[in-house]
Write a protein that binds this ligand. Sequence first.
Ligand code: NAD
Length: 242
Amino acid sequence: MQVLITGASRGIGRATAQALAPEHEVAVGYNESESAAETVVDEIQEAGGTAMAVQADVSDSAAVEEMVETTVETLGGLDAVVNNAGIADPARLTELDDDHWQRVIETNLSGAFYVTRAAMEHLQPGGDVVFVSSIGGTAGTVDTSYAASKAGLHGLTRALAREYGEDGVQVNAVAPGPAETDMNDDILAYLESVDFRGHENVDTHLPEYACEPEAVAHTIEYLLENDYVQGEIVDVNGGMQF
Ligand code: NAD
């Protein structure tokens, strides 16, 4: 299987590329961090796998089209796409100006739409789309733009599962709770700075609740390798409820 993973130079995307690489050929999507993406590619190749780095800002639909075409030409096809690239830039509602809101929505929601639209024509029966959402998309979080963008991914998941299920393409999402990545560190620092600790929706970001990125990666691997899970939002949160 040839798999394109966006935002794969670090964090959950990197763990996913490494989890998939022994069995599958992977395109390591990145935006700014070329050297980090090349490091992931080198690690995979040194372990005997096949990988390439491919650049695009996912919020730029023309760049995304090029990224998908480059992936198809280099790997010889595309069987699956993992929409992992995302940002969290928390702000209180009244401090969230239009540009800030649009940057988060354009990256997290429109970016996943652009990538999936470009990839879909290449996917064959048995192909997969996975969106990396968040517990914030179902339960909400103290971060309006992020929660809204992730809830939007749940709509994309269910709509595309209906639209493409008959073509044999599986469309699912994983909704992680906190994972130990740079993003979660940034969120924690923000929450400390605005003194939100003690609020039950906030304490779920604390390190003691967090999983390793590999826990999310292996759930994505399961979804890619299972042909009978369709239109699901799979929680990966250790049973966390809030
Ligand atoms: P991370 O910040 O380490 O990784 C995010 C990746 O997305 C980075 O490689 C970054 O370069 C890339 N990216 C950001 N903007 C981009 C753009 N415009 N174009 C292309 N790439 C871009 O964080 P992570 O925790 O590994 O996050 C991966 C995904 O998991 C995100 O969608 C995030 O929302 C989701 N998630 C993370 C957590 C968590 O606690 N870490 C929890 C739930 C969901």
